[in-house]
Design a protein around this ligand. Sequence first.
Ligand code: CMC
Length: 392
Amino acid sequence: ADLITLDEGYCNTGSCRSAITYIDGEKGILCHRGIPIEELAEHSDFIETAFLIIYGHLPSESERDVFSELLTDNAALHTTMRRHYAAFPERAHPMAILSAMINALSAHDRPKIDPGDDATFEKYAANLMSKVRTIAAGSYKTSIGQPLIYPRSDLLYAENFLHMMFSVPYHEYELKPEMVKALDLFWLLHADHEQNCSTSTVRMVASGEANLYAACSAGVVALWGSRHGGANTGVIQMLQHMRREKISPEDFVRTVKDRSSSVRLMGFGHRVYRSVDPRARILKQAAEDLLAALDVVDPLLELAQELAEVALADDYFIERRLYPNVDFYSGIILRALGIPLNMFTVMFAIGRMPGWIANWREIHNNPKTRIYRPRQIYTGEVGRSWRPIEER
Ligand code: CMC
């Protein structure tokens, strides 16, 4: 028999070589193409960071203009694409709609990209990034029974999303700069994160030579779960539950520690970080700044801060080195922007698109890529024979 090394959950298996994102989990360091996330958060924006992640360098002015123009030109959905919304039930989860619509888009566009053909790649990558945002806003509009809003060519990426989400035919949504900035930062901080569950899924699918859109649609589905992208929804649900049931942070932490309960402290813990997730630190500050700028008090922010304080001082979390992750404070920002809870993971997916696209490209352009094909340790029956039905 083959000698197989078992690493359940891939805790210590490098699945690939990648030049995109670097994480030092012990020190809490995250860099994209060598640039620390803190510098990008302070000086860059989502679109520039997306370009950096996808192409490996910060864009020149003309590269940026071309990319931005492609994003603007590709924002609107083809009428036949718009018709797909009508086929979903009213209560369809926006993640289901998003993944299905990305696949539908691949049926419409039939993206064929030869390895190394950068011009074609850029066209499809920008088209996908741009349309994902339009699809997401459209799924929200459909869910609340409002007409779809067309993108505007004079608005930038984050502005256009807020416009498509919140404008109605008889009233243009008033864009507030602090909201646009917070949304852009939220996406920037989600842009890529090494070989997490969804990105590995994208690479897995890409390794079989599936097209860019199909691979990203698989990424959306992988992101959906509550231990991954679904955790940002889980954090707010947890905080709302605590408030509704008047559960104190101390009591909640006690329940989490009780091994007979399967309750986890959502937004805490990470496979790679054994210290604070640097994105959580930036998002905490951003959440506080946004609420202050909007002059809004969100009792959930206060509760989250208290809960984090109690957990961080507790032996259970200290021993296991569990700290706040990217999802712990991000929901506070999304709430302040008026994004409904069932759209939170969709917001994560829009932000993660550059990472998925860059990882797909890395696989696709590498002539040495082998199909991803892990092995297993077989634990089933052996030596059985088929028996006719009357003998079973
Ligand atoms: N609350 C309570 N206990 C936890 C938590 C938590 N949030 N996270 C880990 N633990 C415990 C776990 O029970 C285990 O304890 P023991 O060794 O006694 O059995 C130990 O810590 C190690 O946990 P693990 O599940 O083996 O760790 P993992 O690396 O497999 O899982 C994780 C990582 C992120 C899935 C997990 O920490 C978790 O479920 N966190 C809550 C969900 C969450 O916030 N997910 C977002 C992750 S970051 C962004 C993203 O990927 O989308």
